[in-house]
Design a protein around this ligand. Structure first.
Ligand code: DX5
Ligand code: ZN
Length: 246
């Protein structure tokens, strides 16, 4: 069966002493991309890594890198993430600085531009940016840490998020994706699929001791597909992308 949803592996909870090896393991195990959680200890109460680490990691291969910037000043650092070779750059709609210029800069560099939205922020916060967005990242945990419980209420934003994107003449709809980030795993994948998610960010469950990454990713994708199938059967669809079709 053709897959609809893609999996972006979050390396936040992998063995960071072997980041390159762990990233390859996820990609070899069927992850379509890597999801890179950048935290500044200010926007969220945790600090991870920055553009320098991502730039070094870039040498592992050509698979897409999705940067998720949980930082207060994305405008100050965005050039670094472009230079590091991120294929998409997503930052938070809750930041207290002008958002439009940053989205424009990312798009001008030919990368996908995204906004992430915390569980308590209403989807309407994204409305002003509908024609500049390639990615909407619906957070289903409070950003900051991996391994938290999936918030089903927050996930309900996935379905209406598709309507936030506005048509851009001359641009394929394949550039538009709704991601779910936080607690995506075998227990929540089917529900996310039903809501029409395009990319599931899967983190901590991949890195638990004894987990077969390939089997886990396969299972998450097939459950998401099952959910997506029931959505289609009910006459609804989401993004009509080709990236995940095999
Ligand atoms: C949380 C991060 C997530 C996290 C996902 O702030 O943005 O990407 O790594 O990990 P799990 O799948 O464990 O929730
Ligand atoms: Zn993330």
């Amino acid at each position: 069966m053709a897959h609809h949803a893609l999996v972006s592996a979050s390396i936040l909870d992998c063995d960071l002493a072997s980041l390159g090896r762990e990233s390859r393991r996820a990609l070899k195990g069927g992850a379509d991309r890597l999801h890179l959680d950048v935290m500044d200890g200010h926007f969220v109460p945790n600090i991870t890594f920055g553009a320098t680490v991502i730039k070094r990691l870039r040498k592992i291969g050509k698979q897409p890198f999705d940067a998720h910037l949980m930082i207060s000043e994305p405008g100050r650092y965005v050039d670094q993430f472009i230079d590091a070779g991120c294929n998409s750059i997503t930052f938070h709609v809750e930041v207290e600085e002008p958002i439009e210029p940053i989205l424009l800069k990312i798009r001008k560099a030919g990368r996908l531009a995204g906004l992430a939205i915390k569980p308590a922020t209403p989807l309407a916060a994204l409305d002003p940016y509908g024609d500049l967005l390639d990615i909407i990242m619906v957070m289903t945990v409070e950003p900051g840490f991996g391994g938290q419980k999936f918030m089903a209420d927050a996930a309900t934003k996935i379905d209406p998020a598709h309507a936030v994107f506005r048509d851009r003449p001359g641009e394929p709809p394949s550039r538009r994706e709704v991601h779910v980030d936080g607690g995506a795993n075998r227990a929540s994948a089917e529900y996310c699929g039903q809501l029409g998610v395009d990319v599931l960010v899967v983190g901590s469950v991949l890195w638990k001791k004894g987990v077969d990454i390939e089997a886990e990713i396969k299972l998450v994708k097939s459950l998401a597909d099952k959910g997506y199938g029931s959505r289609q059967a009910a006459g609804r669809s989401g993004r009509h992308h080709t990236g995940g079709i095999e």
